[in-house]
Design a protein around this ligand. Structure first.
Ligand code: FMN
Length: 400
């Protein structure tokens, strides 16, 4: 066995039976108690729950279960240095760890190995990338009873009581009435999350253009550094990089064939990406994890991020993901306010199947990926799905 620097070219004299291996990037192992019932409390007996090892890494689509011997073996490999292993095909444990993607073979074209290389080539902080991957869904469906649990606030309150209250004033100082914002206050009072879209009304193309502009339109540019400009948009962005992009899933827009489009911020145009017929059946429903109250909106605005652009500044930065979440919130609020001005309802959700969406938009989830879905359209005055009404503040039913 020999150990090589990660940059060292492959030893050409290697035999076919040997392989260069190293541990995958950012491997995290956690201890999980499985089926942990408090039998002591229930039956008065003491039962030790089985503790399992769960391994996670940024290039994996989910955690994989491993054994203690696997962990010991993985620890014998470096994350950076290649190690030559003889007769690895006859070593069942090595083969399994490679198949799981926890060990990676030099220059392998296996999809997991390629994805691991993409993670290494990116400037993600590995903890941040692991955190993002851990919160991505593939085929979650809220229509299924087991998924629906803890979705309705009434169930949550029934089981756990009301949430902690807002802190009461401790040493209260009276403030004058907030009257200095007549235009903004009219808009924020009208802002609402809509869940009962009028199926008979399409969105006009000019309303769609206005919404996209409010969320991601370009207002101007200024030279920032050699070869690059600082961009101005209606929302703030870390480093003026504006890595967020809006994609449009048009379902009922006047003058726009149903399908997927990409908004070009700089020119204010739409780039046709895929007609509706090229998308998976029930794409909106599946992308929104079965949230039927959103999936029938005339327009979904898929909030995506050019991570590579963001990471140009936030390279290996532990807060890279948090910055993006704040940026997405700014865009979403602008969409909400623009919708309010247009007398439309709006929504934002993170309960989405990221893996499915990325696949359809041909985003790799490492250099680019989806963060959230917003949507808008005319809302019905009253509908079957509970929502907060600006004009009826007592209506506080089952909010999600
Ligand atoms: C980050 C974020 C995620 C949300 N996710 C969902 C969701 O998955 N499903 C849903 O029905 N509403 C979702 N909402 C909407 C909230 O339920 C809504 O904002 C809240 O009930 C207050 O209503 P209002 O926006 O009309 O004031 C989300 C809101 C935010 C800010």
């Amino acid at each position: 066995m020999s150990v090589l620097e990660s940059s060292t070219p492959v030893n050409e004299s290697r035999t076919d039976s040997s392989a260069l291996l190293r541990r995958c990037l950012g491997l995290q192992v956690s201890l999980l108690d499985q089926g942990a019932l408090d039998l002591h409390a229930l039956l008065g007996t003491v039962e030790r729950a089985a503790t399992r090892l769960s391994a996670r890494a940024p290039h994996l689509s989910g955690p994989v279960q491993i054994e203690m011997e696997d962990l010991t073996r993985l620890l014998s490999f470096s994350e950076t240095l290649w190690q030559e292993c003889e007769a690895w095909q006859k070593d069942a444990q090595l083969s399994r760890l490679i198949e799981l993607g926890l060990l990676v073979e030099y220059q392998s074209e296996n999809p997991l190995a390629r994805r691991e290389r993409a993670a290494r080539d990116s400037f993600w902080d590995t903890d941040a990338l692991n955190q993002m991957q851990a919160s991505r869904w593939k085929d979650r469906d809220y229509a299924l009873p087991e998924t629906r649990q803890w979705q309705d606030i009434r169930d949550i309150v029934a089981s756990f009581g009301p949430p902690p209250d807002h802190a009461p004033p401790h040493r209260a100082i009276d403030l004058p009435a907030a009257t200095a914002l007549p235009r903004l206050s009219a808009l924020v009072k009208q802002r609402r999350t809509a869940r009962n879209f009028d199926q008979s009304r399409a969105l006009s193309l000019s309303d769609l253009a206005a919404l996209l502009w409010a969320g991601a339109g370009e207002l101007g540019r200024e030279a920032m550094a050699e070869g690059t400009d600082a961009v101005r948009r209606p929302v703030p962005s870390g480093g003026a990089l504006h890595p967020l992009e809006l994609w449009v899933l048009a379902q009922r827009v006047e003058g726009l064939p149903p399908g997927l489009y990409r908004y070009a911020s700089r020119t204010g145009q739409l780039d046709a990406a895929a007609p509706a017929s090229a998308l998976p059946e029930d794409f909106a429903y599946r992308a929104l994890a079965g949230q039927t109250w959103f999936s029938n909106a005339p327009v979904l605005l898929v909030l995506c991020c050019n991570f590579a652009r963001h990471l140009h500044k936030y390279r290996q930065h532990p807060k890279a993901l948090r910055v993006l979440h704040v940026e997405a919130g700014h865009v979403a609020q602008n969409l909400y306010l623009a919708a309010a001005e247009l007398d439309l309802g709006c929504f934002i959700t993170l309960a989405i199947n990221e893996s499915l969406i990325d696949e359809c938009l041909e985003l790799d989830g490492i250099q680019q990926g989806v963060l959230a879905i917003a949507g808008t359209g005319y809302n019905r005055d009253r509908g079957p799905v509970p929502e907060l009404w600006p004009d009826a503040p007592t209506e506080t039913a089952a909010l999600r």
